[in-house]
Write a protein that binds this ligand. Structure first.
Ligand code: IPM
Ligand code: MN
Length: 366
């Protein structure tokens, strides 16, 4: 029997509600596939701030490091928005990413056939979109030093951040990009701002070199980030795999999430060189609907599938979860964010029950 330690970080807002649904789904699929999970719940973000005074307690990071995979819901809320930087829930996430060394963040944007009308783009533009954005997650301007507030030569208050990438950092994320594109049998587009930034010139040079030396079979192109943002809404189907730095990836992944019309559907996985991966939905903690049983748990559930697939190598269990989500959508069940005429409106809990039923009736993909 396979036995996995999974650290749960429900976090803030809708986090605990959607985590509940996803964990029940994992237990059910585990029982069916002979997989045992040892779940340990820990504090992160606002919940941790309230209980311990810091957004990432030491024992949370220690538990995460000692597990096979880390399963995060969402963090943040109005309550902590005006805290100083070191006491913001978001700082807890950055510390967790750095502490786990999860340098590669995979964010898919897939327009499911059942949901093509949820996109704000015309159906013919959105239908069939299937993009994988690979965002560098532990470097760039998010972490560059020096950073801070100061006073400039004219005596004005100023603030500064520094965008830095070293060749090993670029090389390893480039390889994840090429490997992913190769598996998907599609082209790789590297996004930068090489017309302006030295850091992007080095980025482009290294990505080109890695491509030539190690992945001559993968078609590589380069695009400036401003153009990439425009192309993503003009003609998203030109993209297959995108690899880019931390800040550009943050922005482009929100754009591509909106292409699907349903950020509540998108999972993500963040992987390190050897330790446990971090799995979480792309969306945030939605404090406005927290505790109202209105949240869409599907991104969290699909993140559980990513955890199984990319974190534990349990592909069959992951496929079962994805099939159950598909079945629930086929049957017309929708949470409020995806509701349209002719569909059945359900809450978060109810969607969870429907998934458990679907799991029972879905035959395993063999
Ligand atoms: C994301 C979020 C985070 C980021 C915040 C919450 C730190 O926007 O995961 O995309 O900017 O990376
Ligand atoms: Mn973001």
């Amino acid at each position: 029997e396979r036995n996995y330690k999974v650290t749960l970080l429900p976090g803030d807002g809708i986090g605990p509600e959607i985590m509940d649904v996803a964990v029940n789904v994992m237990r059910a699929v585990g029982a069916r596939e002979g997989i045992k999970f040892e779940f340990t719940e820990k504090l992160l973000g606002g919940a941790a701030l309230d209980a311990t005074g810091v957004p990432l307690p030491d024992d949370t990071l220690a538990a995460c490091r000692a597990s096979h995979a880390v399963f995060l819901a969402a963090i943040g809320g109005y309550k902590w928005d005006s805290n100083p930087p070191h006491l913001k829930p978001e700082t807890g996430i950055l510390g967790l990413r750095a502490g786990l060394g999860v340098f590669a963040n995979l964010r898919p944007a897939v327009v499911l056939p059942q949901l093509a009308d949820a996109s704000t783009l015309k159906r013919e533009i959105a239908e069939g979109v299937d993009i994988m954005i690979i965002r560098e997650l532990t470097g760039g301007i998010y972490f560059g030093k020096p950073r801070g507030f100061g006073v400039n030569e004219s005596g004005h208050r100023c603030a500064y951040n520094n965008m830095v990438y070293s060749t090993p950092e670029i090389d390893r994320i480039a390889r994840v990009g090429f490997e992913t594109a190769r598996k998907r049998q599609g082209p790789l587009c590297s996004v930068d701002k090489a017309n302006i930034l030295e850091v992007s010139q080095l980025w482009r040079e290294r990505v080109t070199a890695i491509g030539k030396e190690e992945y001559p079979d993968v078609q590589l192109s380069h695009m400036y980030v401003d153009n990439a943002a425009m192309q993503l809404v003009r003609n998203p189907k030109q993209f297959d795999t995108i690899v880019t730095g931390n800040l550009f990836g943050d922005i482009l992944s929100d754009i591509s999430a909106q292409l699907t019309g349903s950020i509540g559907m998108l999972p993500s996985s963040s992987i390190s060189e050897s330790g446990p991966g971090l799995f979480e939905p792309v969306h945030g903690s939605a404090p406005d609907i927290a505790g109202k049983d209105k949240a869409n748990p599907l991104a969290q559930v699909l993140s559980a599938a990513f955890l199984l697939k990319y974190g534990l190598g349990e592909t069959k269990a992951a496929d079962l979860i994805e099939a159950a989500v598909s079945t629930a959508l086929d049957k017309g069940y929708r949470t409020g964010d995806l509701m349209s005429s002719g569909k059945t409106l359900v809450g978060c809990k109810k969607m969870g029950e429907i998934l458990l039923e679907s799991l029972e009736t879905t035959s395993p993909v063999t």
